[in-house]
Design a protein around this ligand. Structure first.
Ligand code: NAI
Length: 338
């Protein structure tokens, strides 16, 4: 370009500024469902993220208040609130990343699949708008049942001709966050050092934490591993029951969503070796979608990493989750095409 071949002092200065490591590129993030239990603390956490230059908060109601509140925080992101269908386009236009926590949460006694009837339609209409207004954005799907809403999103994008499998992510980060916390407690290792991959899907037994890969290594008994696995799988239900009808995990989910969004933004910005678990289009099993470690880059999911060696207990877990995960994926695909 002309500026890079020029040696005038002012253009050298401009050049240095645009490539310096402490000036992050502009990134617009949209949160759909931003006035909800997850949406509000997620809006707060994204406002605190220095990688975000523009934060767009959309919901069917309540976003002017959330936006007015969050925008007083003295951090980089410019905040705007959008409400109702007619403002959805403005909320999405130019977004690099769209995070979707829109929809109803569980009440005690409900499975994530019980949310399907309400949330499937919400996700379908939001994804149609994404295809229209920001077809190149990365999408982080939080709305449950993730095992079905991600396939729904893929079908909507395919129909619109905008599908890029590298750009669609089911957010399973909360399962990872829980597995790390529970493992650290049991293994008595510093929680900040802990890594545990969680694979499969995001509901009940489809959540498969790989404690055989957990670091730092600890000598846990088979019983301990079983209890940790069960607690990770039932973590969401633990919160649903404790909240006794007032919803499901919102604060820990907002944290997990913010961590995953940050990883996506780092990938977009070219930070090397950003690897997190997510439910993505996959060929590592016979199922079309599967959660595993994913390398995030400038185009989204640059590489879907394989499972590696599994313990016998994990092999069993993998085998028993496949039929349920398959059914949930097919249910999403069928809904999107009906
Ligand atoms: P909430 O009911 O507190 O908030 C949902 C928000 O979505 C509300 O503000 C509502 O107005 C909004 N909304 C509904 N229809 C909409 C539409 N068409 N467009 C935009 N916004 C719309 O629910 P909460 O607790 O925030 O949970 C949201 C979703 O996240 C649920 O489906 C829940 O199951 C899921 N979830 C997922 C987790 C995960 O690990 N992936 C963990 C916890 C919850």
């Amino acid at each position: 370009s002309s500026s890079s071949s020029s040696s005038s002092p002012s253009s050298t200065h401009l050049l240095r500024r645009s490539f310096s490591s402490d000036s992050n590129p502009d990134r617009k993030v949209a949160v759909l469902g931003a006035a909800g239990g997850i949406g509000q603390p997620l809006a707060l956490l994204m406002k605190l993220n220095p990688l975000v230059s523009s934060l767009s908060l959309y919901d069917i109601f309540g976003t002017p208040g959330v936006a007015a509140d969050v925008c007083h925080i003295n951090t980089r992101a410019q905040v705007a609130g959008f409400m109702r269908d007619e403002q959805l386009g403005m909320a999405l236009r130019g977004a690099d990343l769209v995070i979707i926590p829109a929809g109803v949460p569980r009440k005690p006694g409900m499975s994530r699949d019980d949310l399907f009837n309400t949330n499937a339609g919400i996700v379908k209409s939001l994804c149609s708008a994404i295809a229209e207004y920001c077809p190149n954005a990365l999408v982080n799907m939080i709305s449950n049942p993730v095992n079905s809403t991600v396939p729904i999103a893929a079908e909507v994008f395919k129909k619109a001709g905008t599908y890029d499998e590298k750009k669609l992510f089911g957010v399973t980060m909360l399962d990872v966050v829980r597995a790390k916390t529970f493992y650290a407690g049991k293994a008595k290792v510093p929680v900040a050092d802990v890594n545990v991959p969680v694979v499969g899907g995001h509901a009940g037994i489809t959540i498969l934490p790989l404690f055989s890969h957990a670091t730092p290594k600890a000598n846990l008994s088979d019983e301990d591993i079983k209890a940790l696995t069960k607690r990770t799988q039932d973590g969401g239900t633990e919160v649903v029951e404790a909240k006794a009808g007032k919803g499901s995990a919102t604060l820990s989910m907002a944290y997990a969503g913010a961590i995953f969004a940050d990883a996506c933004l780092k990938g977009l910005n070219g930070v090397p070796n950003v690897v997190e678990c997510s439910f993505v289009q996959s060929t590592i099993t016979e199922l079309p979608f599967f959660a595993s470690k994913v390398r995030l880059g400038k185009n989204g999911a640059e590489e879907v990493l394989g499972l590696g060696p599994l313990s016998d207990y994990e092999k069993q877990g993998l085998e028993s989750l496949m039929p349920e995960l398959k059914t949930s994926i097919e249910k999403g695909i069928r809904f999107a095409n009906q």
